[in-house]
Design a protein around this ligand. Structure first.
Ligand code: ADP
Ligand code: G6P
Length: 350
């Protein structure tokens, strides 16, 4: 009872451009907490909000102050902060952290209009995901843990082609044009937020195949800040050393082009970080257990938990490469931050 009276909502921020794997990431995170997402009760079917027993995920598109027509009239994109109501975002995020319910607007992606608000109760974990979670300093200071998904242009392009051309019937030219049109605002307003994140998952084309730019084989770097409250960076073999590792051989099957890991200290925007990197992909997800046995500070509760999560979600995109692996580890990290915050809140209350 004391626990319930004192534990507060743990605030998580997830930033990325649209179409960069935020929903996939959220599904992996909710999987770590053992829940499956469900829709808000009796809610608007256009609601962007994801609920599970542990977490509520709000899509920050809901804080658009300019709807589609408004953006057209003013000539601004959805990436422009002028299209975003940071005042309301701050007020409502703060209210949730203080344990108060909010009436949050809904941005309807079908109509491009703002729908009537829905009531959101303070959950155990609140995730704010979208284009601008770290743009406003007041909002930024509310988070317990901040994540940025940094997808390189080549890979973003490959994923967009996959989705918009094959699934939505857009032409190659129109995809290229829409990426180019978004670039200036992306570089001005979205990309700079990554320096505020506690962890960055950076997705690049492989270095294992010369000139491979199709985004089929990926080099994924997990950039982890040092000295973040309740967060210990994951390392390979020996903390603080610099290590290159090719696990392929007798214990792990690797078809071309193989798998290469790297681990070492570095700096990122002037701050100390540890980088764990995986280039290439697994042939068999179950063989990840061999890699898992050489990782430390993963925040897993038992040996094999990472591999088990990856197997459970094997149908999600990125399950055989570093995107899936590092998203899963970040899920475990969020669980650890959550447990640490709740425990200290309870302790300090006692
Ligand atoms: P968002 O929620 O940011 O818009 P999604 O999670 O819906 O992004 O992913 C958008 C698309 O990008 C997916 O349909 C898929 O084609 C591609 N994608 C996302 N993550 C990965 C990944 N790790 N590996 C390969 N493709 C991916
Ligand atoms: C991005 C944003 C959305 C926006 C969409 C299209 O995906 O996340 O908020 O709706 O761009 O913007 P448009 O102005 O064409 O409706």
């Amino acid at each position: 009872l004391i626990v319930q009276a004192t534990d507060r909502t743990v605030m998580i921020g997830l930033a990325a451009d649209s179409g960069c794997g935020k929903s996939t990431f959220m599904r992996r995170m909710i999987g770590v907490f053992g829940g499956s997402p469900h829709a808000p009760e009796g809610g608007n079917p256009e609601s962007n909000t994801l609920l599970s027993d542990m977490a509520t995920v709000i899509c920050l598109d809901d804080y658009h102050c300019l709807d589609r027509t408004g953006r057209k009239e003013k000539g601004v994109t959805a990436l422009d902060p002028k299209a975003q109501d940071f005042e309301l975002m701050y007020e409502q995020a703060k209210a949730i952290k203080e344990g108060k319910s909010i009436d949050k607007p809904i941005y309807n992606h079908v109509s491009g209009l703002l729908d009537p608000a829905e009531t959101i109760k303070p959950p155990k974990i609140m995730v704010l995901e979208g284009l601008h979670p770290f743009y406003d300093e007041r909002v930024r200071d509310l988070y317990d843990f901040k994540i940025y998904l940094d997808i390189s242009d080549e890979v973003k392009f490959a994923w967009k082609i996959q989705r918009d051309m094959k699934e939505r019937g857009h032409s190659l030219e129109s995809i290229k044009a829409s990426i180019e049109a978004r670039r200036p605002d992306f570089e001005a307003y979205i990309d700079p937020q990554k320096k505020h994140a506690d962890v960055i998952i950076q997705v690049l084309p492989t270095q294992l195949i010369p000139d491979e730019k199709e985004g089929k084989v990926l080099r994924v770097r997990f950039i982890q800040k040092e000295g973040v409250n309740f967060f210990k960076p994951t390392f390979l073999f020996d903390e603080g050393s610099t290590i290159s590792w090719i696990p392929c051989g007798r214990k792990l099957t690797c078809s071309f082009p193989g798998i290469k890991f790297f681990y070492g200290p570095d700096t990122y925007y002037g701050e100390e970080v540890s980088i764990l990197e995986m280039d290439g992909q697994f042939d068999k997800i179950e063989e990840l257990i061999y890699v898992e046995s050489h990782l430390s500070n993963t925040s897993a509760k038992f040996y094999g938990e990472i591999t088990q999560q990856m197997l459970k979600n094997s149908q999600f995109p990125g399950s055989t490469n570093g995107t899936g692996l590092f998203q899963t580890i970040v899920g475990l990290k969020i669980r650890e931050v959550y447990e640490a915050v709740v425990e200290t809140t309870v302790k300090s209350a006692v």
